[in-house]
Design a protein around this ligand. Structure first.
Ligand code: BG6
Length: 489
C-alpha cells in the first residue's frame, strides 16, 4: 500500500483490511506492506494500523484477529523515485512469500496523488515487482500482480488517457482495478437487484411513466483538510464524473445479458455514450461555492476562507446538471444531477419521479396535497427504498395526500452492510472485476464532463450559497424553468 499515511488509508483501507480479517475472509498468510517516506520501522506502521483499526473499523476489535494480522505487517521506507527502496520492497514481499506463504500474489494499492502514479508504476516495473511470473516456477499456479488506483482518474479526457497509457505500459488491462467506491456500496449494488430481480418495476421504468430522475449527493461537510486535492477540481470532477454518472448508468441501463464484468460494463457504456448535454449550459447547469454560514448550530467558514484556498478561487463546491439519455427507453426524460458540500445534510439518493395521473376524478381541492409518485433509492445514510404515492386521508371527504412506503435495511436484514472498501478490497484479491469501471467508462464520463467544465471555466463563475443551505439560487431556477423542483434536502 502506497500512501499509508494518508486519510484514505487510515480511515478506510486499513479498517477494511481488519474487518475482512475479522469476517474470516482473508487467508491466514495475508500480509500488508506499507510504503512511505517516514523513517519508520515495521512496529511504527503496525501501530498506525492498530490505531486506525481501533478508531475506524466497523466490526468489533478482537485481539486474536489483530495478532494474526499484525504478524504480516511490514514497512518499507523510501521516496517514490528511490530505486534502492523499491528493491527493498521487492525483497520484503519475496520474504513474505516464503515466511507466510503468500504465493507471489501482489496487489499494489496506489493511495497516492495521481501525479505520482507514473513514477511508482515505473518503479514496480523496474524492480520486477510487476513482472508476470510463469506458472512453471510455481508448479502450475500463476501468481497474480494487480494494481489498484483511486479516482481521480485524470482531470479530463486527455489526462485520463495519459494516465491509462502509463498503467497500460506495465499492467495488462485486466490487472488494473479502478476504484469508484460508490460501486462497493450495498445500496448501489441493490439497484441492479431491484431492477432485474423483480417484475413489478421494469414495466414502469421508462419514459412512458417516469417524468424525470433526480440524483443527489449532498454532504454537510466542507472540504476539511483537502484543499490541495479539491481546489481546481471542484464538485463536478470530484463526484459527478464518477459516482453520480455511475449511478445514472445503473439507473438507466438495459438488463445485462449476464452478471459478469463485461456484460455489465457494456450496458453502462451504452448509457454513458447516449448521454446528451444541455443545449444551453447557462440554463442547463448550475455552479455554486459555499460562503460562511451555520452547520449543526456552529458557524463555519466559507470556501474562500478555508485553509490553503486562494481567496480568488473559482472552484465550485456545488454542481447541478440536466442530462438527457438518448435511448428509446429514456428519450425526453431529464436526469437532474446535483452534488455539493456544506448542504443541510448528508444524503445520497436516486429519485424516479413519475408522471401525474392523466386525469383525477376528484375535486381539485381534495388533491391539493398530492404530489408526484416517486420511487426513491436511498443510497445513504438511512439506506433503503421509499415508494411515495397518494392515499385517501381517513374521514368523510375524498381527500388524497402523499404517503410513503418504506424498505429500510436496518429493519429487513439482521446483518449490517459491509463498508464499500471491504467489498472492493476482497474483489481485488479474488480478482473479480464487475464493480470496477474500466477505462472506456472513465473516458465516456470525461466526454460528458469536459464540455461542461470548459464552458464553466470560460463563462460561469460559481454562485455563492451560504453553508447549510440547499445550494445556489441558479440550481432552483434550473428546475423551475422546467416546471419542476428539487426534492427537499
Ligand atoms: C469521495 C470524494 O469520492 O467521496 C469526497 O472525493 C466525498 O469529496 C466522498 O466526500 C464521499 O463519500 P461517501 O461514501 O461518504 O459518500
Amino acid at each position: 500500500m502506497f500512501g499509508v499515511t494518508g486519510d484514505l488509508a487510515r480511515k478506510k483501507l486499513m479498517p477494511a483490511v481488519y474487518d475482512l480479517a475479522n469476517r474470516g475472509l482473508l487467508p491466514p498468510g495475508f500480509s500488508l506492506v506499507g510504503y512511505a517516506r517516514r523513517d519508520w520501522e515495521d512496529e511504527d506502521f503496525a501501530q498506525l494500523t492498530y490505531e486506525s483499526v481501533k478508531q475506524y473499523a466497523r466490526t468489533p476489535f478482537r485481539d486474536t484477529v489483530w495478532q494474526q494480522l499484525s504478524e504480516g505487517v511490514r514497512f518499507v521506507q523510501g521516496d517514490f523515485d528511490d530505486d534502492a527502496a523499491f528493491d527493498r520492497l521487492a525483497n520484503c514481499v519475496r520474504e513474505l512469500d516464503e515466511e507466510r506463504g503468500t504465493g507471489g500474489n501482489y496487489a499494489f494499492y496506489l493511495s497516492i496523488p495521481p501525479k505520482f502514479f507514473p513514477v511508482v508504476v515505473q518503479q514496480l516495473k523496474r524492480s520486477g515487482l510487476a513482472d508476470p511470473v510463469s506458472s512453471e516456477a510455481t508448479g502450475g499456479r500463476r501468481p497474480w500482480r494487480r494494481v489498484v488506483i483511486e479516482k481521480p482518474f485524470g482531470h479530463d479526457l486527455a489526462s485520463a488517457r495519459e494516465l491509462n497509457a502509463t498503467l497500460d505500459g506495465v499492467f495488462p488491462p485486466e490487472s488494473v482495478f479502478r476504484i469508484d467506491h460508490y460501486l462497493g456500496k450495498e445500496t448501489v449494488q441493490n439497484i441492479l437487484a431491484l431492477r432485474f430481480a423483480n417484475e413489478m418495476y421494469e414495466p414502469i421504468w421508462n419514459r412512458g411513466y417516469v417524468d424525470h430522475v433526480q440524483i443527489t449527493m449532498a454532504e454537510d461537510i466542507g472540504i476539511g483538510g483537502r484543499a490541495g486535492y479539491y481546489d481546481g477540481i471542484g464538485a463536478a470532477r470530484d463526484v459527478i464524473q464518477n459516482h453520480l454518472l455511475q449511478l445514472l448508468a445503473l439507473t438507466a441501463m438495459e438488463e445485462p445479458v449476464a452478471f459478469d464484468a463485461d456484460s455489465l460494463r457494456t450496458e453502462k457504456e451504452k448509457v454513458l455514450s447516449a448521454v446528451r448535454l444541455p443545449t444551453d449550459m447557462v440554463t442547463g447547469s448550475a455552479r455554486g461555492q459555499y460562503t460562511a454560514g451555520w452547520q449543526g448550530g456552529m458557524p463555519v467558514p466559507g470556501y474562500l476562507e478555508e485553509e490553503a484556498i486562494p481567496p480568488d478561487s473559482r472552484t465550485e463546491t456545488y454542481a447541478a446538471i440536466r442530462l438527457g439519455v438518448d435511448t428509446r427507453r429514456w428519450a425526453g426524460v431529464p436526469f437532474y444531477l446535483r452534488a455539493g458540500k456544506r448542504l443541510p445534510r448528508r444524503m445520497t439518493e436516486i429519485a424516479l419521479m413519475f408522471q401525474r395521473a392523466p386525469h383525477l376524478p376528484f375535486a381539485a381541492t381534495d388533491t391539493k396535497e398530492l404530489g408526484q409518485n416517486a420511487l426513491v433509492i436511498r443510497i445513504q445514510p438511512d439506506e433503503g427504498i421509499t415508494v411515495r404515492f397518494g392515499s385517501k386521508v381517513p374521514g368523510t371527504a375524498m381527500e388524497v395526500r402523499d404517503v410513503n412506503m418504506d424498505f429500510a435495511y436496518g429493519e429487513s436484514f439482521t446483518e449490517s452492510s459491509p463498508e464499500a472498501y471491504e467489498r472492493l478490497l476482497i474483489d481485488v484479491l479474488i480478482g473479480d472485476p464487475p464493480l470496477f469501471p474500466r477505462q472506456q467508462e472513465v473516458e465516456l464520463s470525461w466526454r460528458i464532463l469536459d464540455p461542461i467544465e470548459e464552458f464553466w471555466a470560460e463563462n460561469m463563475k460559481p454562485e455563492p450559497y451560504p453553508a447549510g443551505t440547499a445550494g445556489p439560487p441558479s440550481a432552483d431556477a434550473l428546475m423551475a424553468r422546467d416546471g419542476r423542483a428539487w426534492r427537499r434536502l
